[in-house]
Write a protein that binds this ligand. Structure first.
Ligand SMILES: Nc1ncnc2c1ncn2[C@@H]1O[C@H](COP(=O)(O)OP(=O)(O)O)[C@@H](O)[C@H]1O
Ligand SMILES: [Mg+2]
Length: 262
């Protein structure tokens, strides 16, 4: 087998972020370095306020680091990037547009050719099990379906990097499990590089090739855990693997018991 040298999809190089507020400065991130390989799924866990969302904003160019550098696909992140997909905890759909038209919003914003966008939307609708709900309005969809629409919208332009910030945090436990299984399959099918911020240790381990565990603010990397599970994973079988139990309990130890319930 030949090993080809590929630039990391994401390089975070000795980054610090300091927010200047009126009364005091907040050091949100300090000395954070990590590389994400193309096609890799990296989960990020850490206490509230440790800078997880800040880290994703750096990668998308919505925020500039106070120190250090961030590179995407081998080039410096100069400003807001249009080649990343972003999914948030709230689906943020336009209430007056159907599921399909919400997905196509991405194409309108980017000036994607209509035909190509329509074909891609159909493909994603089928892939995420939204077939039959294309013409539903957001309020006619369950929370899980709304997040599927948000995911389709984020993937419409085939972004090489997908950023997800607690995307399933507002869903009930069963729907969340289903979404985990679907996201795993979609990641595998699309070969997208994913950075997922989550409060669920089980979700982080099931989905991740690696899990980045962060310290309380100022956020630094406590440890990066390699998940010793096959790349393609069955949900139920994974849950009973010793490697799954070992990784989750190690992460739980690192985070400390306080404030974590999943
Ligand atoms: N725009 C901002 N201005 C000032 N402080 C901010 C801003 N964004 C985030 N912070 C602060 O930076 C820290 C990290 O925030 P965030 O990245 O949202 O944490 P997390 O996503 O891990 O909960 C928090 O203390 C937060 O209050
Ligand atoms: Mg956050």
């Amino acid at each position: 087998m030949t090993v080809t040298q590929q630039a990391p999809a994401v390089e975070i190089d000795t980054v610090a972020v300091r927010f200047r507020a009126k009364k005091r400065d907040v050091l949100a991130l300090e000395n954070v370095s990590m590389d994400v390989r193309p096609g890799e799924f990296v989960s990020i866990v850490g206490p509230s306020g440790c800078g997880k969302s800040t880290l994703l904003k750096l990668v998308s160019g919505l925020l500039k680091p106070s120190a250090g550098a961030v590179r995407l696909l081998g080039g410096a992140v100069g400003g807001p990037r249009h080649d990343v997909g972003y999914v948030f905890q709230r689906a943020a759909l336009l209430e007056w547009r159907t599921a399909r038209k919400n997905i196509l919003l991405q194409a309108e914003m980017r000036g994607m050719p209509q035909k190509e966008a329509a074909a891609r939307a159909d493909e994603l609708i089928a892939m995420t099990g939204l077939t039959g709900f294309e013409d539903s309005l957001p309020h006619e969809l369950s929370g899980g379906m709304q997040q599927r629409v948000a995911l389709c919208r984020a993937l419409l332009h085939r972004p090489p990097v997908l950023l997800m910030d607690e995307p399933f945090g507002a869903l009930d436990a069963l729907t969340r499990e289903q979404m985990n299984v679907e996201l795993h399959r979609i990641w595998h099918e699309t070969e997208t590089t994913v950075l997922l911020v989550t409060h669920s240790i089980a979700e982080a381990v099931y989905l991740g090739n690696r899990v980045v565990v962060m310290t309380p603010r100022p956020g630094t990397i406590a440890e990066v855990i390699d998940v010793a599970l096959p790349r393609v994973r069955d949900y139920a079988a994974t849950m009973s693997q010793p490697a799954f139990a070992a990784a989750t309990s190690h992460i739980r130890d690192l985070l400390g018991a306080a404030g974590h319930n999943d």
